[in-house]
Structure formats: structure tokens, C-alpha cells
Design a protein around this ligand. Structure first.
Ligand SMILES: [Zn+2]
Length: 90
């Protein structure tokens, strides 16, 4: 299970790569957005939890009576439970 706390801890300014990828298996949604555009739109302090919600707008599973059932996740982060597993100095 992905813990939401991880995504709220991770902010755009902590992210080192130019493109952020998100996908949702349940709604067959894929997207890639330029990091710098997201910084412009949401600010460098925006957390990935916020981005996830923004990028999954339109996903009807995001807001259900039972809560967030959307499977949207950042493929670029790999396993969100291991945020330190990927370090790239470039
Ligand atoms: Zn979804």
C-alpha cells in the first residue's frame, strides 16, 4: 500500500528529473508533465500529494463515498514506499 504521507513529504523542489510521469491503471490514464511547468503552476513547495490530485482530475475514482480509490501514482518514483531508492545527481 502506498502511504499518502510519503507523497506529501516529497515536494517539487526535491525532485531532480525534468519530467514527472503519472499513470492510473484503473482509468487507463497516463501523463507526463514537465517539472518546471508544474513549479510554475503550483510552486516549488507543492507536494506530490497535491500534484497527484491535480493530475488525476477527471478520474471519477478519486472521490468516491469510500474515499480515494484512484490508482494514480507517479511511475517516475517507482515504489512510493522507497523514495530514497532512486538518487540521480544529474
Ligand atoms: Zn484513476
Amino acid at each position: 500500500m502506498a502511504r499518502p504521507g510519503r507523497l506529501s513529504d516529497l515536494r517539487l523542489k526535491d525532485y531532480r528529473e525534468p519530467v514527472i510521469e503519472i499513470s492510473c491503471r484503473r482509468c487507463d490514464r497516463h501523463g507526463a508533465l514537465e517539472c518546471k511547468l508544474l513549479v510554475k503552476a503550483f510552486g516549488a513547495d507543492a507536494s506530490f500529494a497535491v500534484l497527484r490530485r491535480r493530475m488525476a482530475i477527471g478520474c471519477e475514482r478519486m472521490q468516491t463515498p469510500e474515499g480515494d480509490k484512484c490508482d494514480a501514482h507517479f511511475t517516475c518514483l517507482g515504489d512510493v514506499d522507497a523514495p530514497d531508492g532512486r538518487q540521480n545527481d544529474n
